[in-house]
Write a protein that binds this ligand. Structure first.
Ligand SMILES: NC(=O)c1ccc[n+]([C@@H]2O[C@H](COP(=O)([O-])OP(=O)(O)OC[C@H]3O[C@@H](n4cnc5c(N)ncnc54)[C@H](OP(=O)(O)O)[C@@H]3O)[C@@H](O)[C@H]2O)c1
Length: 262
């Protein structure tokens, strides 16, 4: 059984830990600076927990680092001795922190992977992309399998990671913003808030299923009767710069991600 250690039992690390524990396929360990974040994993799943990142690294075949981007360098420096002459690999989920930057604090030739997941992993419907340095290539199948437990996962070259971070990493927040605006619009038209919420959430859920089967244009055309209500809405939304705002938002997020890596 592969030994997988996760540093950082927060939103992403926690989602991964729960799903991997439920699969029963891995020998899991977790570390975090907050002891109270670790207790539930020891209690519910009998997982190995520690406040020492180095101890966890020593006990793991694959180390997943799920701390904020600005904490990555500190964590890598702490765990570095465990990678000396070992066959271990480390996978970081941090936005904007490149393989080159991660490697600066690790022994030469360490297997390093990057994963960009999203928060939908917490309900098993996440999306994630994976990339690796030369030494990490052999660990790609294992990392694809691990993140496959929390959703859809695919390989992507590292040069596109900032774009992917902006697209699907931040994506759930854009959809939540859109959902909130739609609910408020329904309320403005007189629909009770709880009914508006139910209608909007159901619409997003159903549309996601439709979009798996057909293109966005096909879905649009099925709804949009010539001269009808949806066509009127599209004209008004376009005049207000709806599509342009999305391009600009994703571009701003990608630039922000590029900045994190500097
Ligand atoms: N959340 C998302 O939607 C999302 C999506 C894609 C990628 N990511 C990436 O995933 C990473 C984790 O994000 P998150 O939202 O899961 O963060 P989070 O909820 O803040 O979880 C990180 C956890 O690690 C702890 N920690 C900080 N420094 C540590 C250290 N030196 N050793 C051990 N534990 C430490 C944190 O404690 P403190 O709270 O005290 O710092 C916190 O408990 C980030 O780099 C982010 O870029 C997040």
């Amino acid at each position: 059984m592969k030994k997988v250690g996760i540093i950082g039992a927060g939103k992403i690390g926690g989602s991964l830990l729960t799903r991997l524990a439920e699969s029963g396929d891995y020998d899991l360990g977790v570390s975090d600076v907050h002891a109270e974040q670790l207790a539930p994993y020891a209690k519910k799943y009998g997982m190995r927990t520690t406040s020492s990142n180095l101890e966890l690294a020593e006990q793991s075949d694959l180390l997943v680092v799920a701390v904020k981007p600005w904490d990555v360098a500190t964590v890598m420096a702490q765990v570095s001795p465990a990678f000396n002459g070992s066959g271990k690999a480390v996978a970081s989920v941090a936005a904007g922190v490149s393989i080159a930057t991660i490697s600066e604090n690790l022994p030469l030739g360490t297997a390093v992977l990057r994963v960009m997941p999203n928060v939908c992993a917490s309900v098993g419907l996440g999306s994630a992309v994976v990339t690796a340095n030369e030494a990490g290539r052999a660990s790609v199948p294992m990392v694809l399998e691990i993140f496959g437990h929390v959703g859809d996962v695919m390989e992507l070259p590292e040069r596109l990671f900032d774009a992917a971070t902006a697209l699907h990493g931040s994506g759930p927040a854009y959809v939540a913003l859109f959902a909130d605006a739609l609910i408020q619009a329904g309320v403005r038209e007189g629909i009770p808030r709880d009914v508006a919420r139910r209608l909007v959430v159901g619409t997003i859920e159903g549309t996601a299923v439709l979009l798996k089967e057909r293109s966005a244009h096909q879905v649009r055309d099925e709804v949009m009767t010539p001269g009808g209500t949806t066509a009127a809405a599209f004209v008004a939304m376009e005049k207000a710069g709806f599509v342009g705002a999305i391009y600009d938002g994703v571009n701003a997020a990608a630039e922000q991600s590029r900045g994190l890596g500097k």
